[in-house]
Design a protein around this ligand. Structure first.
Ligand code: GLU
Length: 473
């Protein structure tokens, strides 16, 4: 096994990159990086009616966001039409493939009849030995598939999977409009791109015996196959939109970090002992196909949230602050186009990173730093914004105004002075302050909140709360 490792991710650009596709890409990427091989991106866009540029952009952006860099490509199958034509011609010349002139109507008719008669519908090979073209019919090209014996797929994950050849028919390689079919293009490309391992979803397992027959017809050596089980939703049905977001970029919009989604997806189907949290370097070091499970993995959104919270709480504050900006703009907390004071934003994030599970949630939690509360939590008002706190607030305002340094230690000292003066405990002051400053009954630590808000803003908000309480008297 001293062959150079070359793997590919080969999406059809007919939509966004969904979680299943992303996981396939990740497994390929990790396998390549582990073996110091190459990871190739190939866009399978021969179905022109369903492929879009928008989808190609979305897929490449998703891969970049996840940090999956490719060494070659993106190749596009539509740029390789000449190659497919050449390869098809070779099979025709060698009599391993043939033109078929059966019309779609005829095929449909025969299919129906087979079903009525309880036979498995498959192409009956009637054009195999045809030499004359048929007027007015544009032919397809079919492979002469070996009908005897069986085709064995040796799969790294599934083990040995045996297909009786009688089940296979002479499948189409080139459509009547000259475009190659998936099975044909994929074998040509995987061969010419010298792909050593094909790692893909097990929805393609049933295509593999056809592809093996095609490798044989060409005289090419097939790659090693590894078919990864599907991802299931919590209800054990195949993961789909109704289980929530399935596009990678939707997770970015919901405030997930790429490393959290990456870690989450890798663990859907692959394991390394009991370890749950992996750095990228660890994943590269540990990844192997042998530890990809045989049974489908179940998508668990709580676990993703847990991982995201972990990566937020341990993440670099400055990076998180930059990532938070779009969420603040979206929440109307900072104007678009205006660069916020990043040092101050870092302090905001520092107070929230242990609490927020997503960046979106962090932006919501951060709202009070940007906007004074326009209303107070009703329960908090009843319990804490009572007339008896008026003198406490007034003393605190005086202390804060007189303070030199406006740091946590000094704020704490100011609180203690007020507590002593009125013979009250911290909670008698801290909770009312919290409601006055944030509008809510839960927030980061009160001293942090005050130092981040700053002296002027804190005093202003306390005064506003004083007026609010007075107005209610
Ligand atoms: N274009 C195929 C897909 O998106 C690729 C299958 C393969 O990896 O062979 O499903």
């Amino acid at each position: 096994m001293n062959r150079t490792i070359r793997v590919r991710f080969a999406p059809s650009p007919t939509g966004y990159l969904h979680l299943g596709g992303a996981r396939t890409a990740i497994f390929n990427w990790l396998f390549a990086r582990h073996h110091r091989g190459s990871f190739i991106l190939r866009i399978e866009d021969t179905d022109k009616s369903r492929s879009t540029e928008e989808s190609i952009r979305e897929i490449t952006e998703s891969l970049r966001w996840l940090g999956l860099d490719w060494d070659e490509g993106p190749y596009r199958q539509t740029d390789r039409m000449e190659i497919y034509r050449r390869e098809a011609q070779r099979l025709l010349d060698e009599k391993k493939a043939y033109y078929c002139y059966c019309t779609p109507e005829e095929l449909e008719e025969r299919r129906k009849r087979a079903l009525e008669e309880g036979r498995m519908p498959k192409y009956d090979g009637r054009c195999r030995d045809r030499t004359e073209p048929r007027k007015g019919v544009k032919p397809v090209i079919r492979l002469k598939v070996d009908q005897e014996g069986e085709t064995v797929v040796q799969d790294v994950i599934k083990g040995e999977v045996v297909y009786p050849n009688a089940q296979l028919d002479d499948f189409i390689l080139v459509r009547s409009d000259g475009t190659p079919t998936y099975n044909f293009a994929v074998v040509v490309d995987d061969t010419l791109m010298e792909i050593s391992h094909v790692i893909r979803g097990d929805d393609h397992l049933n295509n593999t015996p056809k592809q093996i027959q095609l490798y044989r017809a060409f005289g090419y050596k097939p790659p090693v196959f590894a078919h990864v089980p599907m991802i299931l939703g919590p209800d054990r049905a195949r993961l789909s939109k109704r289980h929530g977001a399935t596009s990678v970029l939707a997770y970015r919009e919901e405030g997930y970090l790429p490393e959290a989604l990456l870690n989450f997806l890798v663990r859907l189907g692959w394991s390394h002992g009991d370890q749950e949290i992996f750095s990228k370097e660890e994943l590269i070091q540990y990844f192997s196909l042998e530890h990809v499970g045989k049974s489908p993995a179940v998508y668990n959104p709580e676990k993703l949230l847990w991982l995201n919270a972990h990566y937020i709480s341990t993440g670099d504050t400055r990076r998180l602050s930059h990532l938070l900006v779009p969420f603040l703009i979206e929440g109307g907390l900072i104007p678009k186009g205006k660069i916020p004071d990043m040092d101050w934003l870092c302090r905001v994030v520092e107070t929230l990173k242990e609490r927020a599970k997503t960046l979106k949630e962090m932006a919501q939690m951060a709202a009070f730093y940007f906007k004074a509360p326009t209303e107070y939590d009703p329960k908090g008002t009843e319990r804490f914004l009572t007339p008896e706190v008026l003198p406490y607030f007034q003393s605190l305002v005086c202390k804060l105004e007189a303070m030199g340094h406006f740091e946590e230690e000094e704020v704490k000292a100011a609180f203690e002075a007020v507590m002593r003066k009125h013979s009250i405990k911290l909670k008698h002051l801290a909770q009312p302050c919290r409601v006055a400053l944030t509008g809510k009954t839960v927030s980061p630590g009160i001293f942090e909140v005050i130092t981040v808000l700053g002296r002027r803003e804190t005093i202003e908000r306390l005064k506003r709360a004083i007026n609010f309480i007075r107005a209610r008297l």
